[in-house]
Design a protein around this ligand. Structure first.
Ligand SMILES: Cc1cc2nc3c(=O)[nH]c(=O)nc-3n(C[C@H](O)[C@H](O)[C@H](O)COP(=O)(O)O)c2cc1C
Length: 357
């Protein structure tokens, strides 16, 4: 049994939040397998929203919530890490237990409710980062008791602009009451208009990095159309499709399947990839998409790319397959693209999107 397999076995016996804390601490103190030779395959390298990504495999938000371990995670060989979600003020989140694993389904249900150290502390950690270590995106949320969500996002974007390679505005976590309503056309119009104003303001002497919007997989076609049209109108740099789902596929077996919260992992793959493909088709490939939801193998990663994603993000797959998953996908994706005759990953984006509809 390899050390990683043994480690994964121990993690699986622990309380999910304790296992997560231990994983972050091991990473912080440098006790992890390094994969520095990843990030070197030219077939996987591409420019997306003005940034050069060494490879398309990213860590999704919520794992390095407080920006404590991103340097070590980048050394595992992933192409980028998204830290956060950060709320303007620190927040404890929902009462515990709030994290559940569904082993039979290779899935998780979480309802943390944006527990985090707050943006000020997060930015302090990011201020000392060595940029050459790799790309870091910063995911922003709002406090549970926010009375001015749009103003809070704008303020956080301005505060964050000097620290991240990109910023994600998260309007899709299911565990903050009312948050997902910001995805509705009227609210989203106000939010994206204000973001656009900040980005294009001549008074703004700080350059704002690319801004992405993270959406839920639980949306209708009409909402997809509205989001696309607003994202194009206000020049949003990309969409992350998507967050966890509040739906529960009938196939779920795990005994925690009826816990409230967002479902992630393998059972989310089909729904999130279908929605991703719909975004790609309806936007006619005019918006950069990041595919998140149920990536746990070379095949699922490649399917996301062929369904319209320029980049992918993983969280729950790592709980079940460990950090080796980055290397496995890195090797396998490069080989799969070569076998299919693509000279670069960018030529494979969206080639199979119509398969889903
Ligand atoms: C425990 C947990 C915490 C998460 N926290 C956040 C978060 O703070 N912000 C966010 O945008 N997404 C969060 N997510 C969603 C993930 O970033 C990702 O979009 C989702 O889990 C789907 O990907 P996966 O199936 O690979 O896990 C969280 C997911 C999990 C499992």
């Amino acid at each position: 049994m390899s050390l990683t397999t043994l480690g994964m076995k121990i993690f699986s016996k622990m309380d999910p939040e304790d296992a997560h804390r231990l994983a972050i601490n091991l990473l912080r103190f440098g006790i992890f397998p390094k994969n520095k030779n990843l990030s070197k395959d030219p077939i996987l390298e591409q420019d997306v929203f003005g940034i050069n990504f060494p490879n398309p495999i990213g860590l999704a938000a919520g794992f390095d919530k407080n920006a404590e371990a991103f340097a070590s995670i980048l050394a595992l060989g992933c192409g980028f890490v998204e830290v956060g979600s950060f709320t303007p003020r620190p927040q404890f989140g929902n009462p515990k237990p709030r994290a559940f694993r569904l082993f039979e389904d290779e899935a998780a249900i979480s309802r943390h409710g944006f527990n985090n150290d707050g943006l000020t502390k997060g930015l302090r950690r990011l201020a000392v980062r060595k940029k050459k270590l790799g790309l870091v995106g910063i995911n922003l949320g709002i406090n549970k008791d926010s009375k001015t969500p749009i103003a809070d996002y704008i303020d956080s974007i301005i505060r964050t602009s000097a620290y991240g390679d990109y910023i994600t505005v998260n309007v899709s976590s299911p565990n903050t009451e009312g948050l997902r309503e910001l995805q509705n056309a009227n609210n989203l119009d106000c939010l994206l208009k204000d973001i656009y104003k900040v980005k294009s303001s001549s008074l703004n002497d700080k350059k704002i990095p690319p801004i992405l919007l993270k959406v839920a997989p639980d949306i209708t076609n009409k909402m997809i159309e509205d989001i696309i049209s607003l994202a194009l109108r206000y020049k949003i740099d990309g969409l992350i499709v998507g967050n966890t789902t509040t739906s529960r596929p009938a196939s779920l077996q795990g005994h925690s399947k009826n816990e409230a919260g967002g479902l992630s992992g393998k059972p989310l793959f089909e729904l999130s990839t279908k929605i991703l493909a719909q975004f790609y088709i309806l936007s006619e490939g005019r918006i950069n998409l990041i595919g998140s939801g149920g990536v746990n193998s070379v095949e699922t990663a490649y399917t996301k790319i062929k369904s319209g994603a320029s980049l992918i993000q993983i969280y729950t797959g790592l709980m079940y397959h460990g950090p080796e998953l980055f290397r496995i996908i890195f090797d396998g994706l490069g080989n799969a693209l070569r076998e299919d005759g693509f000279a670069n990953i960018k030529f494979a984006i969206g080639v199979d999107a119509h398969r889903w509809h």
